[in-house]
Design a protein around this ligand. Structure first.
Ligand SMILES: *[C@@H]1O[C@H](CO)[C@@H](O)[C@H](O)[C@H]1NC(C)=O
Ligand SMILES: *[C@@H]1O[C@H](CO)[C@@H](O)[C@H](O)[C@H]1NC(C)=O
Ligand SMILES: *[C@@H]1O[C@H](CO)[C@@H](O)[C@H](O)[C@H]1NC(C)=O
Ligand SMILES: *[C@@H]1O[C@H](CO)[C@@H](O)[C@H](O)[C@H]1NC(C)=O
Ligand SMILES: *[C@@H]1O[C@H](CO)[C@@H](O)[C@H](O)[C@H]1NC(C)=O
Ligand SMILES: *[C@@H]1O[C@H](CO)[C@@H](O)[C@H](O)[C@H]1NC(C)=O
Length: 934
């Protein structure tokens, strides 16, 4: 037994009490890749950062076997109540520890003392009441500490003293009451940012804080019931950002010398409930330094009365007026604001662009989002020649007058999404410097040639979430700098994405076409593949959500996409791929084919993808991943194959993927027997590959282990001591082999026959109990090469038209069950067995086993169960190697699929009669069809 196996048994024998944590730690399992209840991101071998996520798992404790190389650990959103000393004792590499949203009341003394490299500690949203003296021992590298939203009332005077590198602390929403309780904090040498809002402080006075000057840059006193704010010493020479928002008391403002706050550039007075005169007084303090002022949520009347005074501050550049219910602002009210460069009027009740805007020629940013503006007149933005960014989304705009943009000569970004616009020639002139245009979620229904012709500098264009049905060829001509084009969620069909639409976009890198109505009738090559001119395209999205999907991918759909690196093609309702599909995209890195119902995927389709790094094959109906073995995916890093019907993970497969670091096999039908023994061992021990939620994988087979955890499987018994076994059995084996091969050579079919008789006998015993409760009308035995015929012709006719219930192996076989059991059950649960015979069928071994079982059933039950359907003409001499088949044909009747062009109705009729005949002895009811030439 290896050391690791012994470790495993030991774990099993431990019960999950808290001392288990000790036993895990001490047997040092901390280097494997799978951690119960956690996921790991980053290879243990290569990556610098190892992220361990144990969040949202209802954990009562921190899992014990976190790899000691971990650099980031997230245990947030659990129900941990206590941080114990041993939890992190091995994790000296940790740089961040996130434990927010738990129920932590207590942290044991020294619990973090091993974390000498920790830079961020997040204990927000817990139930801490006291910060004890030793809590932050050894955290000399900590720069960010979050303790907001706890119940902290007391902080030990020396608790913060080890935090010599701390820059930012958040203690908002606690119960601290007095500034003196956080006073030691202010004295930390590197501290720059303090958030102590909502704590019930009634006064803030420099005399309570320090008598030496500090390095503080940000002081946030949000929503404290301050009665006094008193600065009587120059202790904040570097203070840049002061938040006094939502102070509801009639605060006494006592700043003895304006110079004490002279470096404050950013001030937030939102929701401040002081009388107007007092606010005006307060603003006097800042009248030389202030650059940015937020006056949100003060109300229409108050804020408009304030603006005049505010604008007297000559240094002011940014004014934020959100959430004030402003309906209009007159020129008069803002006449002194000409120095402003940024104005935020979002979330108000404006019905039009306020006239004042055009009197602020220095504006570089204007935000009018979330108002009720109905149209834009030709003078609204006149004079705004300096404007760089205009945000006007979420309004009600349906009209933009001519020349409205004529002065916006330097506009770079225009966000006008979520309005009610049609394209009415708005972009045929002006806006020569525009780089980003967002017109998403408007009412566009078509795009015409010249619609964007003046936007020579455009790089990003979003037209998503409109109702565009039609794009005239040439619509995007002239957009030679366009890099990103978003057309997702429109009503485009295959006929509206002609190659000529995209023919003049030489620099396009991203094209989003997902969620449209593009679909094809076959895999046949297109005459003019739509993307053939997009030589530089790197990202293409064509997936769909809720629509019928593309149905087929034409074999040359991606022709021309020589640089393509990422293709998102989920949920397209395609069930096969042409082997040429990816021959045009040799540099594809990321391929997502999830949620398609593939009938079969083969090695061929993946051969061109030599640099593929990420492959998504979740929910595509796979029974095996073995087709990837020879696909030569030597660069594959991430393989997503959840929600399939995989039962066995082949060792050869994993070894053919040398760079795999992540494998997702959740929600499959894994077999819990020795076939997966190698996989189980590998999952536990691999240092290179993380198996997603490895410890949560469950078994589907055998029945008695259904729902059990795969990694609990005792694989010890699978590895019999080979040497010893060989020694004992060699002699026996040799003689048995001699005897066996002698018998087999002379009595081959009798031996196989006996085997199946035995199977049939065993099955019969089971069957006796079930009697006539047959599940299916017919079991279909066919070769994968004939799958398309079966799916496209046979199944729709027999199940759809004639109403029989068929058993198809890719659909009805119980995943995880050995294939032979499935065949026997399938055949015995069906009245008939239809063999779809082609040359491929004859060569296939599985299928001939199916024939054997069926013909033994015929013998065994004396029932006429076999129906032979010939898909192609097979001359007699070619049948001779299959002499059993020949014998069957001589004895039995068969039906031939007509040649192309011939009427198929007679064929289906014959099949119907064959299916209708009761399963009585063939001797009594011989059926005879015309026997075509074989
Ligand atoms: C994983 O989490 C579940 C849910 O809290 C818990 O019952 C189980 O004991 C945990 N397992 C381990 C190994 O931590
Ligand atoms: C900070 O981390 C470095 C290693 O990255 C370590 O050498 C040093 O001792 C730590 N500083 C403190 C104050 O713990
Ligand atoms: C704006 O109007 C809404 C609804 O009338 C009101 O609830 C809100 O308090 C007002 N906001 C301000 C800042 O006055
Ligand atoms: C802004 O432009 C208008 C014409 O659209 C002009 O009448 C007005 O004088 C300009 N205002 C300023 C402040 O430049
Ligand atoms: C794994 O796949 C290889 C190649 O297809 C095959 O030869 C081998 O038998 C498979 N192994 C198992 C355990 O199924
Ligand atoms: C993984 O790493 C540990 C120690 O780092 C080593 O003991 C173990 O053998 C490695 N496992 C494999 C499969 O290489």
């Amino acid at each position: 037994m290896s050391k690791r196996e012994r470790g495993l048994c030991f774990i099993k024998s431990c019960s999950w009490t808290s001392w288990l944590l000790y036993c895990c730690v001490f047997i040092n399992l901390a280097n494997g890749y799978s951690v119960k209840n956690c996921t790991i991101r980053g290879s243990l071998k290569y990556a610098v950062n190892i992220n361990v996520f144990c969040n949202k798992r209802s954990l009562h404790f921190v899992p014990g076997n976190i790899p000691d190389k971990a650099t980031h650990l997230d245990v947030s959103d659990n129900v941990i109540q206590k941080i114990k000393k041993e939890y992190f004792s091995q994790l000296s590499n940790l740089k961040s520890l996130i434990a927010q949203h738990n129920k932590i009341r207590e942290v044991e003394e020294g619990a973090f003392s091993s974390l000498v490299n920790l830079q961020e500690l997040n204990l927000a949203c817990n139930k801490l009441t006291d910060i004890l003296g030793g809590m932050f021992q050894n955290l000399g590298n900590l720069t960010v500490l979050r303790l907001n939203e706890n119940l902290i009332t007391n902080i030990n005077f020396s608790a913060f003293s080890p935090l010599i590198s701390l820059r930012k602390v958040n203690l908002s929403r606690n119960h601290l009451n007095k500034i003196s309780k956080v006073q030691p904090l202010f004295l930390l040498p590197q501290l720059q940012e303090v958030h102590i809002g909502i704590n019930g402080f009634t006064s803030f006075q420099t005399s309570e804080v320090s008598n030496i000057s500090l390095r503080l840059k940000v002081l946030d006193l949000f929503q404290n019931p301050l009665k006094v704010f008193s600065i009587t010493a120059d202790i904040f020479p570097l203070l840049d950002n002061l938040v006094l928002a939502f102070i509801t008391e009639n605060m006494i403002w006592d700043v003895q010398d304006k110079r004490y706050l002279q470096s404050v550039q950013h001030l937030n007075l939102s929701g401040l409930q002081l009388p107007l005169e007092k606010i005006t007084d307060l603003l006097q303090t800042f009248n030389s330094s202030l650059a940015s002022l937020r006056l949100h949520s003060l109300g229409d009347v108050k804020v408009r009365a304030l603006i005049r005074n505010v604008c007297l501050i000559s240094s002011l550049k940014f004014l934020g007026l959100q959430w004030n219910n402003i309906t209009s602002i007159s020129k008069d009210e803002m006449q002194f604001c000409t120095q402003l460069t940024e104005l935020d009027l979002s979330n108000n009740r404006l019905y039009s662009v306020p006239a004042i805007v055009s009197s602020l020629p220095g504006l570089r940013l204007l935000d009018l989002t979330f108002n009720q503006i109905k149209n834009i007149s030709c003078v609204d933005f006149s004079n705004l020649t300096q404007l760089r960014t205009l945000q006007i989304f979420r309004n009600d705009i349906s009209l933009i007058e001519n020349f409205a943009f004529k002065d916006l000569k330097n506009l770079v970004t225009l966000i006008i999404r979520s309005n009610r616009l049609l394209l009415n020639g708005y972009f045929k002139k002006d806006l020569h410097k525009l780089e980003s245009l967002d017109l998403a979620n408007n009412k566009l229904d078509s795009v015409h040639s010249g619609d964007f012709e003046s936007l020579k500098s455009l790089r990003n264009l979003s037209l998503s979430d409109n109702q565009i049905l039609f794009i005239e060829p040439g619509s995007f001509n002239g957009l030679t700098n366009l890099i990103f084009l978003n057309l997702q969620s429109n009503k485009l069909s295959q006929s509206s994405i002609k190659d000529s639409v995209f023919s003049r976009l030489p620099n396009l890198k991203s094209l989003l076409l997902n969620n449209n109505y593009i679909s094809y009738d076959s895999q046949e090559a297109l005459v003019q593949p739509p993307f053939r001119y997009l030589k530089k395209l790197k990202i293409l999205n064509i997936f769909s959500q809720g629509h019928k999907g593309m149905c087929y991918l034409p074999s040359n759909l991606f022709k021309g996409l020589w640089s393509l690196e990422e293709l998102q093609a989920e949920n397209l309702n395609i069930n096969s791929l042409h082997p040429d599909t990816f021959t045009y995209t040799p540099y594809l890195w990321v391929l997502d084919l999830s949620r398609n119902d593939f009938i079969s995927l083969t090695t061929k389709e993946f051969l061109p993808l030599q640099v593929l790094k990420t492959l998504h094959l979740s929910k595509v109906g796979l029974q095996s991943l073995d087709f990837l073995i020879n696909a030569n995916l030597s660069k594959l890093h991430l393989l997503h194959a959840s929600k399939n019907a995989l039962s066995v993970i082949n060792e050869t497969l994993i070894q053919s993927l040398p760079t795999l670091i992540y494998l997702d096999l959740q929600a499959n039908y894994l077999s819990c027997d020795c076939t997966n023994a190698w996989f189980v061992n590998w999952t536990i021990s691999s240092n290179d590959t993380e198996v997603e939620s490895g410890y949560e994988l469950t078994c589907n087979y055998p029945d008695k282990l259904k729902g059990h955890k795969l990694l609990d499987l005792d694989v010890g018994s699978c590895n019999v001591d080979v040497g010893f076994f060989c020694f004992i059995s060699t002699t026996t084996l040799v003689s048995l082999t001699l005897l066996g091969s002698f018998l087999f050579h002379f009595l081959k079919w009798q031996v196989i026959y006996a085997y199946y008789l035995l199977l049939a006998f065993l099955h019969d015993n089971k069957q006796q109990r079930k009697l006539n409760g047959l599940q299916y009308d017919a079991f279909i035995s066919y070769n994968v090469h004939d799958e398309l015929w079966v799916m496209r012709e046979l199944v729709p006719q027999l199940e759809g038209e004639q109403g029989w219930k068929l058993c198809l192996h890719h659909r009805d076989f119980e995943p995880g069950k050995p294939i032979m059991d499935n065949i026997v059950d399938g055949i015995y649960n069906s009245r008939k067995t239809i063999c779809v015979i082609s040359r491929h069928y004859l060569e296939s071994e599985w299928c001939s086993r199916e024939i054997q079982v069926a013909s033994f059933r015929l013998f065994d039950e004396k029932k006429d169960v076999l129906i032979l359907v010939f898909l192609e003409n097979i001359p007699c001499h070619q049948l001779s190697p299959y002499y059993r088949m020949k014998r069957l044909i001589q004895k039995k009747t068969y039906i031939s699929w007509p040649k192309p062009g011939e009427d198929t109705r007679v064929f289906w009729q014959k099949l119907r009669i064959a299916l209708e005949t009761k399963g009585t002895s063939e001797m009594e009811h011989p059926i005879s069809w015309d026997l075509g030439v074989i």
